[in-house]
Design a protein around this ligand. Structure first.
Ligand code: ADP
Length: 295
C-alpha cells in the first residue's frame, strides 16, 4: 500500500500559496511530515483527508483517486485533526458508539465490543463514563486516536498531535502511535522534531509549501554528518557570527548563546565538531528558506 502525491498546488483566495508543487511517496508505516508553523502541513493533511480541494495535482491511495473518489477514501481513512471539537458533556463511550454508528458499524453488540476494545487500547476504559470536557490534553488526544481507529482505516492522519502535551503524556501518546503503524499508513504532521525522531521510519521536511527533503531519517543524518560545529558566544556577537558562518540554529544554554553551524571544513575560531542529530537536519534545510533566529 502506498499514498502517492503528485505535483499538488494550492493557493488560497488571499493569495497565500500554501502548497507549491508538492510530490511525496508515502509507504506503509509511520511517516513524519515535519515543518514549521505555516509550512502547509494542515493544508496537505486536509486535502488528503478529502476536506478541501487542491488547485492542481493528484493523490492516489493504492489506485484510488483521492481527489475524485472522496467516499472511497473516507471509508479507509482515520483522521485526528489539529483542533477537534468535543461535545464536553458526552462521555467517551457514548461518543465512540455514535462515531461507530456513523461509520456504519450497524449491530449494537458489535459496536459495544468495538468501543470497549478501543477504549482499552488507548487506556481510557476506566474513564469511559467521564464527560469529554473533563479530559486532560493527553486524554483528549488518546480519545482522538480511538475515534480515528473506528472502522479499521488503512490510512491514518494525525495533525500536530503532541503540541501542548506534557512529557509523560507525550510518551504515552508515542507508545500508542507506535503500536498502530504496522499494516497502515500513518502520517504524523508535526513541527516537533522529537516526534519524528521517536516514531517515524520515513519522513519529509516541508517549508513554505515546498518539500525540501524526503527519505529516511538516517538519510537526512548522513547529509549533515561531520559538518555540524558548535560554539558558545555572547549574545551581542550574534550578528557578526550570522554574517560569517552558515548558522543553522541557536539555543540559550545557561544564559549563553550556543550556536550550531554547518560547514564542509573545520571553521576553527573555537568551534567544536558536534555529532549531528535530526534537529540539525531539520534546521539545515529550513534555514535555507527562513532565518534560523526567527524560528
Ligand atoms: P501548517 O499546518 O504547516 O501550520 P497551514 O496549512 O495551516 O500550515 O497554512 C499554510 C499557509 O496557508 C499559512 O500561511 C496560512 O496562514 C495559510 N492558510 C491556511 N489556511 C488558510 C485559509 N483557509 N485561508 C487563507 N490562508 C490560509
Amino acid at each position: 500500500m502506498e499514498l502517492i502525491i503528485s505535483n499538488l498546488s494550492k493557493t488560497y483566495s488571499n493569495g497565500v500559496r500554501a502548497l507549491n508543487d508538492v510530490s511525496l511517496t508515502i509507504p506503509q508505516g509511520m511517516f513524519g511530515l515535519l515543518g514549521p508553523n505555516g509550512a502547509g502541513k494542515s493544508t496537505l493533511m486536509r486535502t488528503i483527508a478529502t476536506l478541501q480541494d487542491a488547485d492542481t495535482g493528484s493523490i492516489s491511495l493504492d489506485g484510488i483517486d483521492v481527489l475524485k473518489d472522496k467516499q472511497g477514501v473516507r471509508e479507509r481513512l482515520g483522521y485526528l485533526p489539529q483542533d477537534f471539537g468535543l461535545y464536553p458533556r458526552i462521555n467517551a463511550e457514548t461518543m465512540l458508539d455514535h462515531i461507530a454508528q456513523m461509520k456504519g458499524v450497524g449491530h449494537s453488540g458489535e459496536r459495544k465490543e468495538l468501543v470497549a476494545s478501543l477504549l482499552n487500547k488507548v487506556n481510557l476504559y476506566k474513564d469511559r463514563k467521564k464527560g469529554l470536557g473533563t479530559y486532560s490534553g493527553g486524554m483528549r488526544q488518546r480519545f482522538g486516536i480511538a475515534q480515528a481507529l473506528v472502522g479499521n482505516p488503512s490510512l491514518i492522519i494525525v495533525d500536530e498531535p503532541t503540541a501542548g502535551l506534557d512529557p509523560s503524556e507525550r510518551n504515552r501518546f508515542y507508545n500508542l502511535l507506535s503500536e498502530i503503524g504496522e499494516n497502515t499508513i500513518v502520517i504524523l504532521s508535526t513541527h516537533i522534531v522529537e516526534d519524528v525522531n521517536t516514531l517515524c521510519s520515513n519522513m519529509a521536511i516541508i517549508c513554505m509549501g515546498e518539500v525540501l527533503m524526503q527519505g529516511k531519517p538516517k538519510d537526512g543524518l548522513a547529509m549533515v554528518d561531520g559538518k555540524i560545529y558548535q560554539k558558545s558566544i555572547e549574545k551581542s556577537d550574534l550578528d557578526q557570527y550570522r554574517q560569517d558562518y552558515n548558522l543553522i540554529s541557536t539555543k540559550l544554554i545557561a544564559g549563553k548563546l550556543s550556536l550550531r553551524i554547518e560547514s564542509d571544513e573545520d571553521p576553527g575560531n573555537g568551534f567544536e565538531p558536534s555529532p549531528a542529530d535530526l534537529e540539525d537536519v531539520y534546521f539545515s534545510f529550513i534555514s535555507k528558506k527562513v532565518d534560523p533566529i526567527t524560528l
